[in-house]
Design a protein around this ligand. Structure first.
Ligand code: AMP
Length: 250
């Protein structure tokens, strides 16, 4: 079975995001960019399925500017067999990414698409769900355990508000990964060197017949207001009084 792993290039999780001075977005210039952490988990899950003999090929795909090649080379160094860059400039909304991924999925015909549950830049948590809807495939989001039952079914344990839920889904399907699914490996130096020779194909949205024009307009990005210091109340009655008379929704 072939597994497609979409990987997004995001501001490294160790770096505090700051708005640009003119409020038109988040400052990225000169800052370290990395593979979205949930996508590292998806890649690790794919690698473990391949190592267990349940997957034959892992294809990493990223949509965005040429710099995403770096993220794809990381995926190749971790163990992906091939990579596909859908090269486009400008902001990509989750729906546009889902449409691009649909087109790549139709070309590649994987048995499974393993996405991150969300990208840590916009925290949208939409792309996997939209891709599953566009494909008409089953979806299992927030996976903390994936067990393939042959090539046509998977048991997926999901992290939900009330605890854990296990679904049986028909393949092909889209599964999105949660934090506790696994602990991703690091790429070794020899594998980083080998990754330079692995195939990385580049496509454009036009090649895939997808219009990526945005439907949303970003109005402004700004820091949240500084949190005011808390106060100590003497009893419950005072607390209830303050909640009734002073607390307000910001
Ligand atoms: P989001 O819906 O933006 O929170 O992203 C959820 C998941 O969709 C990510 O963890 C990735 O697996 C995938 N994804 C989002 N944007 C991209 C992108 N530009 N290229 C490749 N995969 C992406």
């Amino acid at each position: 079975m072939k597994i497609l792993v979409p990987v997004k290039r995001v501001l490294d999780y160790n770096i505090k995001a700051r708005p640009k001075a003119d409020g038109t977005g988040v400052e990225l210039a000169g800052l370290k960019m990395s593979m979205n952490p949930f996508d590292e988990i998806a890649m690790e899950a794919a690698l473990r399925l391949k190592e267990a003999g349940q997957a034959t090929e892992i294809v990493a795909v990223s949509c965005g500017p040429a710099a995403n090649q770096e993220t794809l080379r990381t995926a190749l160094a971790l163990g992906a067999d091939r990579a596909v860059l859908v090269q486009c400039e400008g902001e990509l909304e989750p729906l546009a990414v889902a449409k691009l991924l649909r087109a790549v999925t139709l070309r590649e015909q994987p048995g499974l698409v393993l996405c991150g549950k969300q990208a840590i830049d916009d925290d949208a948590n939409q792309t996997g769900q939209m891709l599953s809807a566009l494909m008409g495939w089953a979806q299992a989001t927030f996976a903390s355990r994936i067990e393939l039952q042959g090539a046509s079914e998977a048991l997926v344990t999901r992290e939900i508000d009330g605890g854990l839920e296990t679904l049986s889904i028909r393949l092909p399907a889209v599964i999105t990964t949660d934090l506790r699914l696994n602990e991703p490996r690091y790429a070794t130096l020899p594998n980083i060197m080998k990754a330079k020779k692995k195939p990385l194909d580049t496509l454009t949205p036009a090649d895939l017949g997808v219009d990526t024009a945005p439907h949303l307009k970003l109005v402004q990005v700004f820091e949240p207001p500084q949190r005011q210091g808390g106060i100590r109340v003497s009893d419950v009655a005072e607390l209830v009084g303050k909640l009734k008379n002073e607390a307000k929704v910001i």
